[in-house]
Design a binder for this molecule. Structure first.
Ligand code: PMP
Length: 408
């Protein structure tokens, strides 16, 4: 028998111990393991479009490889890529950025990571309107900051209001994160809804804004997209507007995201990136240039597909006894309340006390994987990603309804 020599066992660093593996990935992995074991599990966990990257984008990447665009590029994005981002911001958001106010990374996630790594000192606070994308809180913690979750209830459409923002700001507040349309709630802010938040921010000049606009193009029912730097130009000097190609162009695996904001922040972010990935992939940047500057009709086509799925899922959830789902304005998620099934028992006798119990029950007894709202900082809810085929959604919603009906 071997015994570990004292001092040789691997000890994860403090900063990693605090966060662990993403709960969404854990649930998805568990569901996939059940699938491999032969169980017909439907996984509605991942936030990933189910269609392929459009052909012209793939062709642009192939051309880049043939041309020999296979070397390191400029640290935070090639000049051509930054020019494409500049064009996108002008065309879609009426925002003007110089090339050195633009940063390109391996996904919006890396851009957000760079921004926090470059700006947070230990104990600095970051306001996260809940429900929020779980990675925000984890990245804040890795970077030594403190996530400050502000629950934004359904009564206000899961949106932060001005009084809540005012109350959450302290002398340690460094950033406010806004994500519209939101993962996980699908809620979006109109320009009129952003304006009162901007008013509060104008009174607190040391608070910066990170606008995560990654779901910009997945917005339904004619809602107009709005982003803080455009709504309130006086905030432009302390706003980082983040976006990417993953969701709009079905390019999650290419790993390209970008941000635009004040030059000093962008420079500090480049320092961080220079010591992690050096630069985003050269071939992926070529693909992303085509995505941002090429024909944009694919974006609208996909939006229509997603809207049909949203309508179906929301209606199905609202028919299930004990569930209630608000109509989300955008993204490809529903965030339904399961308050009405808590306190009930499964046929096996288990008491459902929390949203995670309901989600476990759905997975174990009805083979549908969804993510509990508590993971996103707001309970009792559950998130469905409807970026999957209508056939899968029909079957999944039938199982969810059956699960609710089977409760005692
Ligand atoms: N922001 C939000 C709100 C997201 O949901 C995601 C992806 N799940 C990202 C950013 C990251 O996107 P990517 O790194 O693929 O650009």
């Amino acid at each position: 028998m071997t015994s570990a020599v004292p001092g040789t066992a691997f000890e994860p660093a403090q900063r990693v111990r605090a966060i662990g593996v993403s709960e969404i990935l854990r649930i998805t992995d568990h569901a996939n393991a059940l699938k491999r074991a032969g169980r017909p599990v439907i996984v509605l966990g991942a936030g990933e479009p189910d269609f392929d990257t459009p052909e012209p984008i793939r062709a642009a990447a192939a051309r880049a490889m043939e041309r020999g665009d296979t070397r390191y590029t400029v640290l935070d994005g090639s000049p051509a890529m930054k020019a494409a981002v500049q064009l996108k911001f002008r065309r879609d958001n009426a925002l003007d950025f110089a090339l050195d106010e633009i940063s390109v990374g391996a996904g919006a996630k890396q851009v957000i990571f760079n921004a926090l790594m470059a700006s947070l000192n230990p104990g600095d606070e970051v306001i996260l309107p809940a429900p929020y994308w779980t990675s925000y809180a984890d990245i804040v913690q890795i970077c030594g900051g403190v996530p400050v979750s502000v629950p934004c209830g359904e009564a206000n459409g899961f949106r932060l209001d001005a009084a809540q923002l005012e109350a959450a700001i302290t002398p340690r507040t460094r950033w406010l994160f806004l994500n519209s349309p939101s993962n996980p709630s699908g809620a979006a802010y109109s320009a009129a809804q952003l304006a009162p938040l901007c008013e509060v921010l104008l009174r607190h000049p040391s608070v910066w804004v990170l606008a995560d606009d990654i779901y910009e193009h997945i917005l339904y029912d004619g809602h107009a997209f709005a982003t803080p730097a455009a709504v309130e130009p006086r905030l432009r000097e302390r706003t980082l507007t983040v976006n990417g190609v993953s969701k709009a162009y079905a390019m999650t695996g290419w790993r390209v995201g970008y941000g635009a904001g004040p030059r000093a922040l962008i420079e500090a972010m480049a320092v961080v990136q220079s010591q992690s990935t050096s630069c985003p992939s050269s071939v992926s940047q070529a693909a992303a240039i085509e995505a941002l500057t090429g024909p944009q009709h694919v974006v609208a086509e996909r939006r229509n597909d997603f809207q049909a799925r949203r309508d179906f899922v929301v209606a199905a959830l609202n028919r299930a006894p004990g569930l209630h789902c608000r109509v989300p304005e955008g993204a490809f998620y529903t965030f339904a309340s399961c308050a009405g099934v808590l306190g009930r028992r499964t046929r096996g006798g288990a008491l459902l006390q929390a949203d995670s119990d309901f989600c476990n029950y759905l997975l174990q007894d009805f083979e549908v994987a969804v993510v509990p709202g508590s993971v996103f900082g707001l309970a009792p809810y559950f998130r469905i990603s409807y970026a999957t085929s209508m056939a899968q959604l029909e079957e999944a919603c039938a199982r969810i309804a059956a699960a609710c009906e089977a409760l005692e």
